[in-house]
Write a protein of this length. Structure first.
Length: 424
RNA sequence: GUGGGCGUGGCUCAGCUGGUUAGAGCACCGGGUUGUGGCCCCGGAGGUCGGGGGUUCAAGUCCCCUCGCUCACCCCA
């Protein structure tokens, strides 16, 4: 058996890589327009960082992390998400001192040891965005607006669902009310929900079973338990969304998987990803920076799953990126090959994308290659052309062929070629 | 970790109740055009039928084991 990639790890082949590049450059463009700066952070971190931020009792930390013991005996982990990583860098370098408000994004792979399925891999990629240093609800709205714009510019549609999870002041009271409701309805709940009542009561509201869902219609809503300041924050966030005409729905059952979220949480939901419904999700994490040993500053962020975006793009037949080259140089005979070799090198240095064949194939075969490379032009160099000091430049789309002078030095040959390829 | 589906050239798949040299389309290479691509026609190369064991005169096909992929549960981007 030949060696295969690890389960849940995927190659992104040249055919698909254009989509990825397009996605990334669109994302960077949008992020920059909203005043975000890129930060690049390591993939390996001390295990403790994730345990402390994501939450010791979450599935991610309990059973999904790629954790290994370093040669010095220290436990290290490949990042399962981006926020903890960026916060660590933010704290370590005291970024808040340079600028009170930090708007950061990072793009890259994350690792979780789960069983793969549609839209879920063990190595997956996220666009991860954080705003650090303000708890202004305008920022919550702005961030969701940016996520919305991003999807729009990708040509994708998803619905925005918003909720508030309250804060350490008000959430415990809600939790208590919910648990007592769940215990009162114990007999109507599925096995999973009964288990979750004890382990993670907020999660039961997420249950997909019809019977449970019906029952939860009567469950207490977190929004009725928000303390005055959380309530005010949520209302202001909503107002911000309305001001910008961002369509959204409130989903008071929405919870987040990671422990650190507080107040605003949101998801971008689609029904085109199989069992996975979220292309993006995020929320506020006001106590987290301090909890990680940093200054007492609030933060909010979100992440989008790039595989999921690519999946949606391919379903919507949006394959926006085709690699093409400017020039294919077809040569016939040894003299022409050598001349072509010199010429193509010079042309590449002038900035054109150019390819040639070294195998001495027939012209027909070389034309086929030119076609496959999506060449805009093909320069034909045979013995005739060398003798006459005049190449033939074929426009591949129109089939029009123009002579190009090969008189003078290489530089002037290049100029002759470039002047034609640039004009059309 | 659990359950369903599927493993046949690079890709997508056909191969009925076991029966000779395992097929097709796409892609690839060559020719038709002794120097001109996409369409068309002709030809060619490419396969330990995931792997191992068993039943049989005979296994891609039946049985057992194993590995892998995939979808789903759990959970999540």
């Amino acid at each position: 058996m030949t060696i295969q990639a690890l389960k849940g790890f995927k190659d992104i082949l040249p055919d698909e890589v254009g989509t990825w590049q397009w996605l990334e450059s669109m994302a960077r463009n949008v992020f920059h327009r909203f005043g975000f700066e890129e930060i690049k952070v390591p993939i390996l971190e001390k295990t403790e960082l994730f345990a402390r931020s994501i939450g010791e009792s979450t599935d991610i930390v309990e059973k999904e992390m790629y954790t290994l013991i370093d040669r010095n005996g220290e436990s290290i982990t490949m990042r399962p998400e981006g926020t903890a990583n960026v916060l660590r860098a933010f704290i370590e370098h005291g970024l808040h001192v340079r600028k009170p408000l930090q708007k950061l994004y990072t793009i890259g792979p994350m690792f979780r040891h789960e069983n793969p399925q549609k839209g879920r891999l063990r190595q997956f990629h996220q666009l991860s965005v954080e705003v650090l240093g303000t708890n202004n609800p305008m920022v919550d709205a702005e961030l969701m607006a940016m996520a919305w714009v991003l999807l729009q510019e990708f040509g994708l549609s998803a619905s925005l669902e918003v909720n508030s999870l309250g804060c350490p002041q008000c959430r415990p009271q809600y939790k208590e009310a919910l648990v007592s409701f769940l215990k009162g309805n114990k007999n109507d709940l599925c096995e999973d929900c009964r288990r979750r009542t004890l382990t993670n009561p907020l999660r039961v509201l997420d249950c997909k079973k019809e019977k449970c869902r019906a029952r939860y219609q009567e469950a207490p809503s977190i929004l009725d338990y928000l303390c005055p300041s959380c309530k005010e924050h949520f209302q202001a966030t909503e107002k911000g969304l309305q001001t910008l005409s961002i369509p959204y729905t409130i989903n008071s059952f929405m919870v987040r998987g990671l422990d650190y979220y507080s107040r605003t949480t949101f998801e971008l939901i689609t029904d085109t990803l199989g069992a996975q419904s979220a292309v993006g999700a995020g929320g506020r994490y006001d106590g987290l920076i301090e909890q990680l040993g940093g200054p007492s500053l609030p933060g909010i962020g979100f992440a989008m799953g790039m595989e999921r975006l690519v999946l949606m793009l391919s379903q919507q037949k949006k394959d926006p990126f085709h690699q093409e080259i400017d020039l294919f140089v077809a040569v016939l005979g040894n003299t022409a090959q050598e001349t072509g070799f010199i010429l193509i090198h010079a042309i590449r240095r002038k900035g054109l994308r150019a390819v040639m064949d070294f195998e001495g194939r027939s012209l027909k075969s070389q034309m086929k290659q030119a076609n496959r490379h999506n060449a805009r032009y093909t320069l034909i160099l045979g013995q005739d052309e060398i003798d006459k000091k005049e190449g033939v430049l074929r426009n591949m789309a129109t089939k029009e062929q123009l002579p190009v002078s090969l008189a003078g030095d290489i530089g002037s040959w290049c100029d002759a070629v470039i002047s034609i390829t640039k004009t059309q």
